[in-house]
Design a binder for this molecule. Sequence first.
Ligand code: COA
Length: 263
Amino acid sequence: MDLSEFDRERDALAVSLDDRGHLAVTIDRPDSLNAIDDAVREGVVDLLRSVDTERVRCVTFAGAGDRAFSAGADVDSVADRTPAEAMDVTPMYEVVADFPRPTLAAIRGYCLGGGHELALACDMRVAGTDAEFGFPEIGLGLVPGGGGTQRLVRLVGEGRAKELVFRGNRIDAERAADWGLVNRAVPPEELDEVVESYVDDLVTGPPLALKAAKRVVDAAEDSSLAAGMAMESQAFGFLTTTDDFAEGRAAFREDREPEFEGE
Ligand code: COA
């Protein structure tokens, strides 16, 4: 896919794909604190559905500027929808959650509402200590509508999820890390470096094993232990037959870094 063409067509997103397979997606609406409007939603869906996944090894999501990852759904775009349209939750969150490569949200500033839900749909979250997390929907007479209530409960438990959703207050990045909402909270000036260290691990990791790991870990939440264990052992058995496993073994014996091809 020609990403420069994609960039030209969608001014709400800045997108790049480097030679290592790092697909970097930035919501590029800093004047609106990167509020998620239809152009962002459709852009993310089109991108992840059309990009050649063989060329992608990991995806990062960020917000342009240092004030916000995203302050949530664009309030005007929500108000403009009919109730029937609003009930059809955008596929964006599912498309992100189901993308077969690891995804990481790099969060600075406000991470609210639909922006928070986008971060929750990612596999991992790394935040600057200037980040703030919340679900302000209750103050608008709404509830989160992009999977926020469901994914939040799974991540932080019911009491903490209810606190965020019922009260509409924001919590800082340190509390978010303490609650397990984010993997790391780091000084803002170190965020890029920390994100790069995650990306480096992910783009050099074995693509088939990472794909299987994502599928199996995601299944754990909704499976019985027996079903999850069966899925895990099938993945394990399959992975022992891959070229990547042979390469991993050879690299270990030769005391060098492995070069995984995803085969
Ligand atoms: N949708 C549309 N525009 C938004 C927005 C959103 N969710 N969040 C912020 N903006 C816009 C503001 O309207 C403002 O635009 P303007 O400069 O043209 O007036 C700009 O972003 C900066 O926001 P501002 O409110 O001036 O910044 P602040 O630092 O005073 O407050 C927030 C920041 C995040 C607390 C505040 O903007 C806010 O509460 N936003 C709405 C959050 C929300 O309810 N999200 C869920 C929606 S369902």
